[in-house]
Design a protein around this ligand. Structure first.
Ligand SMILES: Cc1cc2nc3c(=O)[nH]c(=O)nc-3n(C[C@H](O)[C@H](O)[C@H](O)COP(=O)(O)OP(=O)(O)OC[C@H]3O[C@@H](n4cnc5c(N)ncnc54)[C@H](O)[C@@H]3O)c2cc1C
Length: 481
């Protein structure tokens, strides 16, 4: 059976499209190293037609297929024991850039930073960015409805997509490649496929929105006494600049120390430790905000300095460093974008990707740690937060490697999150790692609707099985570390 499938795939797609044995090594574990598996093979189609050919063949044979793009997902969504992994990496063309319509047409295998580079000469930007931008590909970004550092200003992936092309489980191609901002023609299947984590279709291309590239940035590291003061800073900056805050990222003292330990050659942000450290960035395109004054400073930077100065006088800012060069700006971002390296480098750990309303972030941080300390008094908490949108990557570092303890800690963390009106899965998706959370906390009727949609579009259940939707009636998911 296996030999038949492999030879049918090789015949349909060409032998160069099939990877077997030791050559599959890059596809045999996830980015965090939490999950390991052995796929049947890795298939690398070169276009939508080949994706369709492969799916038709595999669906007829009842073989499970797991799509993979950049393989940077953090939720175990590409686990593929005994399944065919279908990699989109060869569908990597930016098909078109249309500056007048402010859109680009991209294939699923385009790396995020390659799209940034492609639109930059047009003075445009695709305003989605995060630490894995040099590896994550558009297919995975769409399939997980990725967030990132600019959600505050530009929204999630869903907000940045006009159209989509996907291949269904049985090989049918669905063409939703609309370039329109208004298109009320029935159910929004584009938004159904975005965030479906490869369970409903394999995304092969998309029409994405572009925005004017900021002509100047003002970037600073700011230490403030409390999360409440950080929100006062955010809101003051939004008021003064008319909403020019591109990013507002929170790193606590423990994060700053861990980064300094891992990168001993970098200069610390401040001469002393502070509890609430904010990386804030303003961006502007309007000439009035970006034209240098006689002192050689752009007004955008002046707004930032004036707000920081006023809040310093009020005691709501303790310290601040404004980037004076692009290199200093990049250094500030390098510290923030090392989040996954900083957070996941100790074991055991309990990983949360939660979001709460902005004015409840402080309550979450206090209550989540207190709750974990009831189980393990010396547990440490480490986090980094997209504070501008309320998303906290909250990691607990218990002193014992006990699966029952870790599971209880995750459940308690999620309990605190939900009691504050939050969600247990903000931007990384559900994949394998949050199946238990879905079973415990997702509205039962919503789960029934999801199962109905899944079985209507993929009746044989061959597309990314065992991800995103927990089976009915089952609540037993051992915590995976
Ligand atoms: C250092 C680092 C920083 C990160 N920062 C962020 C962040 O700030 N915000 C954020 O949202 N995420 C972040 N992530 C998580 C990850 O990068 C994103 O989830 C990203 O969108 C995944 O893209 P990918 O191409 O690597 O997807 P993959 O890992 O290849 O796949 C992710 C999921 O999508 C499915 N899939 C992949 N391609 C397709 C396709 N073409 N069609 C259908 N399904 C598909 C897979 O089966 C899997 O379930 C970070 C990860 C790392 C390692």
């Amino acid at each position: 059976m296996t030999a038949q499938i492999l030879s049918a795939l090789a015949e349909a797609l060409g032998p160069e499209a099939i990877t077997l044995g030791d050559d599959m090594a890059p596809w045999m574990q996830d980015w965090t190293g939490q999950y390991q598996w052995t796929p049947l093979c890795v298939v690398r189609p070169r276009d939508t037609q080949q994706v369709s050919d492969a799916l038709r063949l595999l669906n007829a044979a009842g073989v499970a297929v797991v799509p993979v793009s950049g393989h940077t997902g953090l939720a175990g969504g590409t686990r593929a024991q005994g399944a065919v992994m279908l990699s989109l990496d060869r569908l990597n063309a930016v098909r078109d850039i249309r500056p007048d319509a402010r859109l680009a047409i991209v294939e699923a295998g385009v790396i995020l930073s390659d799209l940034h580079d492609a639109v930059d000469p047009h003075d445009l930007s695709f305003p989605m960015t995060f630490g894995a931008k040099g590896s994550a590909r558009m297919g995975g970004i769409l399939a997980t409805n990725a967030g990132g550092s600019n959600v505050l200003r530009h929204g999630n992936t869903r907000d940045l997509v006009l159209g989509l092309e996907a291949v269904l489980a049985d090989g049918r191609v669905v063409d939703l490649m609309s370039e329109l901002h208004k298109n009320n023609t029935g159910y929004d299947l584009r938004h159904l496929l975005i965030g479906s984590e490869g369970t409903l279709g394999i995304i092969t291309a998309a029409v994405v929105k572009l925005v004017p590239k900021p002509r100047a940035f003002a970037t600073a590291m700011v230490a403030v006494p409390t999360v409440g003061s950080a929100l006062a800073l955010l809101n003051r900056l939004q008021d003064v600049t008319g909403g020019a805050v591109e990013a507002f990222e929170f790193m606590p003292a423990a994060y700053m120390r861990e980064y300094a330990r891992l990168h001993p050659d970098t200069r610390p942000a401040f001469d002393q430790d502070y509890g609430v450290n904010i990386l804030v960035e303003l961006g502007a395109t309007a000439p009035r905000d970006v034209t240098m004054d006689e002192a050689g400073q752009v007004p955008l930077a002046t707004y930032l300095e004036e707000v920081l100065g006023a809040l310093f006088e009020e005691g709501a800012v303790l310290d601040a460093v404004v980037a004076q060069s692009d290199q200093q700006r990049q250094d500030m971002w390098a510290r923030r974008e090392a989040a996954a390296e900083v957070s996941f480098n100790r074991k055991p750990l309990v990983i949360g990707d939660v979001a709460v309303p902005l004015d409840r972030v402080e309550a979450f941080l206090e209550q989540a740690h207190a709750k974990a300390q009831e189980l393990d008094p010396k547990v440490e908490a480490l986090w980094v937060a997209h504070l501008g949108d309320g998303n906290i990557h909250y990691v607990l570092l218990p002193t014992r490697d006990d699966p029952a303890l870790l599971d209880q800690m995750l459940e308690d963390m999620e309990g605190v999150t939900l009691s504050l009106g939050g969600t247990f899965s903000a931007e990384h998706g559900v994949g394998s790692s949050k199946l238990g959370s879905m079973a415990r906390h997702k509205d039962p009727v919503a789960l029934e609707m999801m199962r109905a949609i899944k079985s209507a579009l993929d009746p044989k259940g061959t597309l990314n099985p065992g991800k995103l939707i927990p089976p009915a009636g089952s609540y037993q998911y051992p915590h995976v570390r």
